[in-house]
Write a protein that binds this ligand. Structure first.
Ligand SMILES: Nc1nc2c(ncn2[C@@H]2O[C@H](COP(=O)(O)OP(=O)(O)OP(=O)(O)O)[C@@H](O)[C@H]2O)c(=O)[nH]1
Ligand SMILES: [Mg+2]
Length: 121
């Protein structure tokens, strides 16, 4: 029987988006398989082990802060990302506009190539 070999050491997913758009809740929900009543403002890195996935690649999910003072740290995380998840709140049209007016530009400036948008219910 063929054993599945990991393609690489892991995938680093960085979650960014405007304040209050559900970054930390999304990560907590993925990690616990349920929507959290409350979450820390910034979660520590969340490791989803390889056996969580059919292709056997572990995932590390990095939460980011919305504080301006933490922008440098956030940018470092974005530069080191394999995948960027941008969040917006569907009940906040401004957070949607900010995807193009701020976040896409910010990723371009940082020369971050890959990104994915997600929607909140
Ligand atoms: N209805 C609804 N509420 C959500 C959803 N995701 C998050 N929330 C709520 O939105 C609020 C903000 O969620 P957080 O996960 O703290 O958002 P955040 O982007 O991490 O916020 P900051 O860390 O302050 O930038 C909380 O009250 C959540 O319960 C969602 O998918 N649907
Ligand atoms: Mg948060």
């Amino acid at each position: 029987m063929t054993k599945t070999v990991p393609a690489k050491n892991g995938v680093r997913v960085v979650v960014a988006g405007d304040r209050g758009t559900g970054k930390s809740s999304l990560i907590a929900a993925i990690a616990s398989d349920s929507f959290p009543d409350s979450v820390l403002p910034v979660l520590p890195p969340t490791l989803l082990p390889a056996d969580f996935f059919p292709d056997y690649v572990p995932l590390t999910i990095i939460d980011t802060s919305s504080s301006l003072e933490k922008k440098n740290k956030r940018n470092e995380e974005l530069i080191g990302a394999d995948v960027v998840v941008l969040t917006y709140a569907c009940n906040d049209s401004q957070s949607f506009s900010r995807l193009s007016s701020y976040w896409f530009r910010e990723l371009q400036k940082l020369e971050v190539g890959v990104f994915l948008c997600i929607f909140l219910a």
